[in-house]
Ligand binder design. Structure first.
Ligand SMILES: *Cc1c(COP(=O)(O)O)cnc(C)c1O
Length: 586
């Protein structure tokens, strides 16, 4: 799709025809579509929303995930059970007529696509194609390949990744998109490089690509890694890749050095075939660089889509005071001048909405005046949901000193993550044990988009306690910041860049053990957070303003997509060369 006159606004006039094709295993497209599990999907959705707002010529590919990510139920003891969340793509999307095929094991699998038109604020459309194998003619097994997000075993995963990467490339062609740049959002989509090499060689099997063939593919690909630890990267055994991808491809990929320790490593594959790669925060880029020293890894820090995550009351306040903040989030720096009383009043309204929701969901009546902490995220063990309960007596003392403390938890554990599930149980048990008139702890079921928005806008302080360096970026604290809500967090991921002590929140100091970090967490609560909250309300209002001004103006996808556009997709150097040589871009 080329920029046309029907687009009244675009970030830049793009000097080339053609589109960026963005690939992501999950994407939070609409709150009613259960096509995402957590941070990666929310980031993908926010990226696409900002690309649409900015008029970036971009199309996206993901899977349909017909059975959805799961619905979480917690019993009285906090034991999690899961239900599928089936949804009907026809209710939200239009079916494309095109059909393509991919080969999986020895089978030919037909793939169709559902198009969702994401419309930006000035009318620019980013089409999102949800690939679907639930097609007549496919076997029962194959019809289910696009059912479960992160479900099944690694065989299922590799088959899905063939559909996403190889299927996506073929679908883009079938739909007539001229693609300048393929953006792999995480290694899940890395097999798209195989499809590109094969299509460059004429559509046959892999054959024998020359260095020049590979360089051509490399010119078209960019890659974002999201995982700071080796165990997080998708890896498949040689036996699996021979069986599922085929012997030829396995041999070729081995020759290209995409196997590490006898496993096909999709991060390695993506890096080998990308002309640009980045991590999702400055620290994360460094950590990734150390894991893959042979490839330069840049950094583009994540963001969130401001109009999606700013609460209604704060939106009204910004509309009245900062012209153009939605179009250009840099103007949010002027939040430094927001009237103190009004930011407090707007936050109080957001808090009221949240507490009403807590009441509806749990029956618990919370106090709108009491200091309220939020802790909601995917429950992975490295996020240490129970760190706050390391010394419960001390937590009770803090609640007493604060004249009341409320902690709202939420988060799903992956169905196969038993340690994660045990953590939820521990939080629920502790909540029951220590709940009193001054300390109230509640765990809400079914953390997802809308609850996330209510929480990040309505609590007073957003808490994050990951174990370093496992948090690649984290984005929920950015949503809080856009609502003027400061963070209290371990210095990992984005918070290393976002923390200005006492101005945008507080750092939990690094320790060698969980206990040491818990001690620092308590100390910060006792010596910084609680006294600040109990001071004159204007003091808290100033903290909210500086949080919004410094961090809201930067940690957004409006800035992030501009960086992707100029640093990754269309760097000036490449554009200039294309002009001089009068060749097609890339
Ligand atoms: C923002 C968001 C996330 C990601 O937040 P993290 O800080 O990375 O944990 C996950 N799930 C939902 C529902 C979200 O809205």
């Amino acid at each position: 799709m080329q920029p046309t006159s029907s687009m009244p606004f675009s970030y830049e006039s793009f000097p080339t025809a053609g589109v960026v094709a963005y690939f992501s295993m999950e994407a939070a497209i609409d709150p009613a579509m259960p096509t995402y599990s957590g941070g990666l999907g929310v980031l993908a959705g926010d990226t696409l929303r900002s690309a649409a707002d900015l008029g970036v010529p971009l199309v996206a590919f993901t899977l349909t995930h017909r059975k959805g990510y799961f619905q979480q139920h917690l019993d009285r003891r906090g034991v999690q059970s899961e239900d599928v969340q089936p949804w009907n793509p026809a209710d939200f999307c239009t079916e494309e007529a095109a059909r393509i095929t991919v080969s999986v094991e020895d089978r030919t699998v037909t793939v169709r696509a559902w198009r969702y038109d994401l419309v930006g604020r000035y009318g620019h459309v980013v089409p999102i194609y949800l690939l679907d194998t639930d097609v007549d003619g496919n076997s029962g097994w194959d019809r289910g390949l696009t059912d479960h997000l992160y479900g099944g075993d690694t065989n299922y995963r590799l088959q899905q990744e063939i559909v996403l990467g190889m299927g996506g490339v073929r679908m883009a062609n079938a739909l007539g998109h001229r693609v300048n740049v393929y953006h792999m959002n995480e290694g899940h989509a890395a097999l798209l490089t195989l499809a590109l090499v094969e299509s460059h060689l004429g559509g046959g099997p892999l054959g024998v690509p020359t260095e020049a063939d590979l360089a051509l593919v490399r010119q078209k690909c960019v890659f974002t890694t999201h995982t700071p630890v080796p165990a997080g990267h998708d890896r498949f055994s040689t036996e699996q890749t021979i069986r599922i991808l085929g012997g030829d491809r396995t041999a070729r990929l081995e020759k290209l050095g995409c196997y590490r320790d006898g496993m096909l490593n999709l991060t390695l594959l993506a890096l080998k075939f990308s002309r640009y790669a980045n991590g999702v925060a400055m620290q994360h880029a460094k950590v990734s660089q150390a894991m893959f020293p042979e490839f330069p890894i840049a950094s583009i820090t994540n963001g969130v889509h401001a109009p999606t995550w700013v609460s209604e009351p704060i939106q009204q306040l910004l509309d009245a005071n900062i012209e153009g903040w939605r179009r250009d989030n840099l103007y949010l720096r002027n939040a430094i001048d927001l009237p103190e009383k009004e930011i407090l009043a707007a936050h109080a309204r957001a808090k009221e909405v949240l507490l009403a929701e807590v009441g509806t969901r749990s029956g618990l009546v919370l106090d709108p005046k009491a200091l309220t902490l939020g802790f909601a995220r995917r429950v992975a063990t490295y996020k240490r949901a129970t760190l706050l309960f390391t010394d419960p007596e001390r937590l009770v003392e803090i609640a007493n000193a604060a004249g009341g403390l409320q902690i709202i938890y939420a988060g799903k554990a992956h169905p196969q993550d038993e340690p994660g599930k045990a953590l939820i149980q521990k939080v629920v048990e502790d909540a029951q044990k220590y709940n009193s008139s001054l300390l109230k702890i509640v765990y809400l079921e079914n953390y997802a988009w809308e609850l996330g928005a209510l929480l990040t806008a309505g609590v007073d302080v957003w808490v994050n306690t990951p174990k370093r360096p496992y948090e690649a970026s984290g984005t929920s604290g950015m949503k809080a910041a856009l609502n003027g809500v400061p963070s209290l967090s371990i210095l990992d991921g984005w918070w290393i860049e976002g923390c200005i002590e006492g101005v945008t929140g507080w750092a939990i100091e690094d320790g060698d053990t969980d206990d040491q970090e818990a001690t620092s967490l308590y100390k910060k609560l006792e010596q910084a957070v609680v006294p600040h909250y109990l001071k004159a309300p204007e003091e808290w209002a100033r903290l909210m303003r500086t949080t919004l001004a410094f961090n809201g103006s930067y940690f957004n996808t409006n800035r992030m997509v501009k960086q992707y556009t100029r640093n990754a997709y269309y760097p000036v150097k490449l554009i200039e060369r294309a002009k001089v040589e009068e060749v097609e871009f890339a």
